[in-house]
Write a protein of this length. Structure first.
Length: 92
């Protein structure tokens, strides 16, 4: 089960997301659903289009199925998805 505390170690695909900070100001405000993830990017389906957003230098707000909002710095999850599950630091 994905929670605010363990989201960094879980699958992000399928979650609603919004870009709230970015080095690229044109990406701030992108919102939609995560459809893919790589080591360095998150692909978001937004308004019927696919947007690729770099993790580095970006802050995301994910919305869990229970509607809880979780803010995560992209630099903290800049791993391949299968590695992130093992490596990501989770605050206790």
């Amino acid at each position: 089960m994905r929670t605010k505390k363990n989201l960094k170690k879980h699958e992000l695909i399928g979650l609603k997301v919004e870009v709230i900070e970015s080095r690229n100001p044109t990406q701030v405000g992108i919102r939609g659903r995560v459809i893919d993830e790589t080591e360095k990017t998150i692909k978001i389906e937004s308004k019927g289009k696919e947007k690729v957003v770099p993790k580095s230098g970006t802050v995301f707000r994910f919305i869990l199925p229970n509607r809880q909002k979780v803010k995560i710095k992209g630099d903290e999850i800049s791993y391949k998805p299968e590695e992130r599950i093992r490596k990501a630091k989770v605050k206790k």
